[in-house]
Design a protein around this ligand. Structure first.
Ligand code: FMN
Length: 352
């Protein structure tokens, strides 16, 4: 259409300017295959897959489609063990442990997200994905250089204009403008102030004006109206996450799927209680009672381990009190359909 430029489709070699967001824990190889075969860009996230698991997933994907794919990685440094921070967290969680008949002393820290490193980089060198995307900034210059040499296009998320400029100065091929509506972890890395995070409608045109590379709009885009609006704001493509959570290809807890189906537009918040970094999810009990932004949650990604036993026991009782119910602000716009169908519906010429 006339409102849509072809910079991203040409850069990535895809038919449609639709990127299925990498969603650690929720994206399956089947989702990636379906989206890439439908003409969009399927994205496989590595943060919750070991290198071996990621290789197995990629073998499945490469056997099923030769279309372009995106591999996604978190770029964070795991913190030094901090017994004092962990003790504070254990104390905060102790009443829940007792409520569910568990020993609070058994609350264990766990690094539930893996950062991009030499081993993941070797996997990129072997599989040569068309696109590599990073979250929380970029890896160090040596790793960047190795990814660059594979020929992959490199992209990363910016939550402010300053972050977009920082990424562009370091040579990314495109910037994902991630508005505060977005589900999952904020990609912020220069600022950690959640009160100043910017909405998609404001962020996209400002980043379009600030950088030369094409811009991918993300956050709150869940149907064809949102896609049209993003193009009108100057985006060259969109990255859609939450809407894909309601597809049968998404692997999420049954309680998460149920919560998404009854989602309302005011039902989400940014919370750090599940991992230690702010991420958007549907409001539930642990967010309400300990946060949604807690000052005692240990640093990313160490907060989550101690919640896992609570989550399993509550889930067995049909309660989502301790689940991370990741979702963006437009969760209520998501409709149940296949990932292939959603990819096509997002491009509908006459969105209503
Ligand atoms: N972004 C990443 O770069 N890597 C991830 O592993 C990742 N995991 C996510 C998991 C879930 C369940 C969700 C909803 C989002 C995740 N995101 C991740 C953020 C998405 O890339 C994207 O920015 C966001 O979904 C866009 O907003 P929307 O959810 O409103 O469509």
């Amino acid at each position: 259409t006339s409102t849509q430029d072809r910079r991203i489709t040409e850069l990535f070699g895809v038919e449609l300017p639709i990127i299925q967001a990498p969603m650690a824990g929720a994206t399956t190889p089947e989702m990636v295959i379906a989206v890439s075969e439908a003409g969009g860009l399927g994205s496989l996230p590595g943060a919750m897959l070991s290198v071996d698991q990621m290789r197995a997933a990629l073998d499945r994907i490469r056997a099923a489609t030769r279309r372009p794919v995106n591999l996604n990685f978190f770029v964070h440094a795991n913190p030094q063990p901090d017994a004092e921070a962990q003790a504070k967290w254990t104390t905060a969680l102790a009443p829940y442990y007792r409520e569910l008949g568990l020993d609070p002393a058994a609350a264990a820290p766990a690094a539930a997200r893996a950062p991009f490193d030499d081993a993941y980089c070797a996997l990129v060198e072997d599989y040569r994905p068309e696109v590599v995307s990073f979250h929380f900034g970029l890896p160090d210059a040596a790793l960047m250089q190795r990814v660059r040499r594979t020929g992959a296009k490199i992209i990363s998320s910016a939550t402010t204009v300053a972050e977009a400029r920082w990424l562009a100065e370091r040579g990314v091929d495109a910037v994902i403008a991630m508005g505060v509506e977005a589900g999952g972890h904020r990609g912020n890395f220069l600022t950690h102030d959640m009160t100043t995070q910017v909405g998609t409608f404001s962020l996209v045109p400002q980043i379009v004006d600030a950088v030369r590379v094409p811009v991918i709009a993300a956050g709150g885009i869940a149907d064809a109206r949102g896609v049209k609006a993003a193009f009108a704001l100057g985006a060259s493509a969109v990255q859609v996450g939450t809407a894909y959570l309601l597809t049968p290809e998404a692997k999420i807890a049954a309680l998460h799927r149920q919560a998404l189906k009854r989602a309302r537009d005011d039902g989400t918040a940014l919370t750090n209680v599940f991992t230690g970094r702010p991420a958007r999810g549907l409001y539930n009990r642990v967010m309400r009672e300990l946060g949604p932004l807690s000052t005692v949650a240990p640093p990313f990604p160490m907060a989550g381990g101690a919640l896992l036993p609570l989550r399993s026991l509550a889930e067995a009782q049909g309660r989502d009190d301790f689940n991370s119910l990741w979702a963006g602000q437009s969760a209520a716009l998501a409709r149940e359909m296949s990932a292939a169908e959603l990819t096509r519906v997002l491009m509908a010429a006459d969105p209503t």
